[in-house]
Design a protein around this ligand. Structure first.
Ligand SMILES: Nc1ncnc2c1ncn2[C@@H]1O[C@H](COP(=O)(O)OP(=O)(O)OP(=O)(O)O)[C@@H](O)[C@H]1O
Ligand SMILES: [Mg+2]
Length: 226
């Protein structure tokens, strides 16, 4: 089955700060991405990169504007259906791996499949993914027994367990040394191509951004292709 395209139109996001003042972080972002495309999001600190990624990942609703993934308009769903949509459709990799310390590597990769009890993915797919990220010899280890790069490879396997259409990464290599960062970047590109996801990577690193098909810069609340 072919995967859906992503369309954002005039996405705006305003936050209320504690004082009652408001800050317009996104002032009208448009974006079109087809399955298999990859995009780096650049921009200064505070420009709204994470905010945009959270909206694309449906963790946060925009103040206004529309998002469509194939035929679905996720923000027209209620919170329960949106959570189910997110679980099935979006894989996340953050700067910190967010693995659960008490669970093994294999169990951590399976965590997203437990949320709604109707996942098609199980231990076989988890083992396959862990094999593809080079960790089949670490299935029973706990996160604390892994290196930083290994933990991030587990996070990549976990992000893909449900066969997502969107693979979203926020500074995925920000905590790694250069060689390990390069290896994790290789892995992201390779897995994204094999799974035909749409890949969006927020990064401060121009070198990392060059690895992806397209680049946009966020500035003053709008994005432009660079
Ligand atoms: N929940 C929130 N409530 C209020 N303001 C917020 C909230 N989340 C983000 N902001 C504000 O929105 C702006 C953009 O934040 P965001 O985290 O998206 O930036 P960023 O580009 O990811 O920065 P960095 O590169 O430092 O990670 C910041 O000024 C921040 O203070
Ligand atoms: Mg950020």
């Amino acid at each position: 089955m072919s995967k859906p395209s992503l369309q954002l139109r005039d996405i705006q996001k305003t936050f209320e700060q504690g004082s009652g003042a408001t800050v317009d972080v996104l002032r009208g972002v448009d974006l079109d991405l087809a399955p298999g495309e990859s995009l780096a999001v650049l921009g200064p600190s505070g420009s709204g990169k994470s905010t945009l990624l959270h909206i694309v990942g449906t963790l946060e609703r925009p103040t206004s504007g529309t998002m469509q993934l194939g035929e679905v308009e996720p923000f027209s769903l209620d919170d329960d259906d949106l959570a189910r949509f997110r679980n099935r459709t979006v894989g996340f990799v953050f700067q910190d791996h967010h693995l659960l310390p008490q669970y093994s590597v294999l169990e951590n990769v399976l965590v997203p499949t437990f949320a709604f009890g109707d996942s098609e993915a199980g231990p076989d797919r988890a083992r396959q993914l862990l094999d593809r990220v080079g960790l089949s010899h670490r299935l029973d280890h706990r996160p604390a027994e892994l290196s930083g790069g290994e933990r991030q490879r587990v996070a990549v396997a976990r992000s893909l367990i449900q066969g997502p259409s969107l693979l979203l990464c926020d500074e995925p290599t920000g905590s790694l040394d250069q060689a390990t960062a390069d290896a994790v970047a290789d892995l992201l590109v390779e897995m994204h191509e094999a799974e035909e996801t749409i890949l969006v990577v927020v990064t401060h690193s121009l070198a990392l951004a060059q690895r992806f098909g397209r680049r946009v810069e966020l500035r003053d609340g709008v994005s432009r292709e660079v």
